[in-house]
Design a protein around this ligand. Structure first.
Ligand SMILES: *Cc1c(COP(=O)(O)O)cnc(C)c1O
Length: 397
């Protein structure tokens, strides 16, 4: 790896890899906490965390130790057998979320695929007479495989890839009456992100999720909550569902679950989980021992006393700082989010601001075309927040 000279990585990627990503021209070689270093030695403050993944920051010593120890013992045996790390993580995840049973996979979209399959199966078993469609919201993002993509309520992701999987109904964002009409007409499940991440850190009107939960109970609709981005302490509670006072029947997790190793999970209420019998679903790598070892450390840290409270407190400090900056900038429409999942909607395209931040040593990104998105590691310090915001302030004018 180190034989590649500075700048060489970009050329190789462009020559040999598909053009499906719009990458920035930086090759990162190392990280530590909230800092990243590129192949010229330049230091960056990371307020993106690999898109809500590096919850404990880069090169966290306890994560590194757990991974290396497990790698030295056992990398993989398949799910034809039990492993200790997967067994422990299943228990801890069940207890940290909604109780019930866990299925492990390798990514967010796979967690949602599993949720879609489980919802269909459950709906067929429980209510054979009802349609087994799944209601989703406009602006949602549920992944790139055909199930997740079909559940994604953003036409731009579908373009050129049609036909989509049948059986999804897209309901306007935050429109409770439209949701009521759809659920009363009969669907199997309602799949929802507590805060829409990819389409611009979109927060629901007050009380929407709570009302949607009650509606699901009344209509016998399975409530499936995609916490792939909002989970793992991101919003100041382990699941964002707690913050909004709802209890999902099924919840999906990935991104921050193993601090950078590929791991996804589906947790379902006991009765719902029963819809998956032996052979109904599976994954060769899912719940890999090394990924699970990393995830056990993540859970230890996130659930340690005071950690989640600190996320909430730091989120408020971050938003206060943003408000100060925004006061002098007419193009700011709204600052929103929860905990350390924060968006700033602008009247203008945000790409140039993101590029200026990168140049000045701050990593952020845009969600949608006009929202600046901040997803720093949850271990970010007050000093780092202040430093990042001072870089941002200069990049925004
Ligand atoms: C990132 C994301 C996904 C997809 O996860 P992948 O690991 O990229 O497949 C699904 N849902 C939400 C809400 C996400 O933020």
């Amino acid at each position: 790896m180190n034989e590649i000279k500075a700048g060489e990585g970009i050329k190789l990627t462009e020559k040999y890899q598909m053009k499906n990503y719009a990458r920035s021209n930086v090759t990162f070689v190392r990280g530590e906490g909230c800092r990243l270093y590129d192949d010229t030695g330049k230091e960056y403050l990371d307020f993106l965390g690999g898109i809500a993944v590096a919850v404990l920051g880069h090169a966290h010593p306890a994560v590194t130790q757990a991974i290396t120890e497990q790698a030295g013992k056992l990398l993989h045996v398949s799910n034809l057998f039990h492993t200790r790390t997967q067994a422990s993580l299943g228990e801890r995840l069940s207890k940290a979320t909604i109780g019930g049973k866990v299925f492990f996979c390798n990514s967010g979209t796979e967690a949602n695929e599993a949720a879609i399959k489980l919802a269909r199966k459950w709906s067929r078993l429980r209510k054979p007479e009802k349609p087994h469609t799944i209601a989703v919201l406009a602006g949602s993002f549920h992944g790139r495989t055909y199930g997740g993509l079909s559940a994604t309520g953003q036409p731009k992701f579908h373009e050129g890839f049609e036909p989509m999987l049948p059986g999804f109904v897209i309901v306007p964002f935050g429109d409770f009456d439209a949701l009521k009409e759809t659920l009363e007409a009969g669907v199997g499940a309602f799949l929802v992100e507590p805060i829409q991440g990819e389409s611009g850190v979109r927060v629901f009107p007050d009380g929407f999720l709570k009302k949607a939960e009650a509606l699901c109970r009344e209509t016998g609709t399975l409530l499936v909550v995609d916490e792939i981005q909002t989970g793992m302490g991101r919003t100041g509670t382990f699941l964002a569902s707690e913050r909004y006072g709802i209890k999902p029947d099924v919840v999906t997790l990935a991104k921050g679950l193993a601090n950078g190793l590929p791991l996804g999970a589906l947790v379902a209420r006991e009765e719902v989980a029963e819809a998956f019998g032996p052979g109904s679903h599976g994954s060769t790598f899912g719940g890999n021992p090394v990924c699970c070892a990393a995830s056990l450390v993540v859970l230890d840290q996130i659930l340690s006393p005071g950690f989640l409270e600190s996320v909430d407190r730091k989120g408020r400090r971050f938003v206060d700082g943003l408000k100060g900056i925004a006061a002098g900038i007419e193009d700011v429409v709204e600052i929103r989010g929860a905990g350390l999942m924060i968006g700033v909607e602008m009247k203008v395209e945000t790409k140039p601001i993101v590029a200026r931040c990168l140049e000045a040593g701050l990593v952020i990104n845009s969600a949608g075309s006009n929202v600046l998105r901040f997803l720093p590691p949850l271990i970010v310090t007050d000093e780092e927040i202040d430093k990042g915001l001072s870089i941002l302030a200069k990049a925004m004018v």
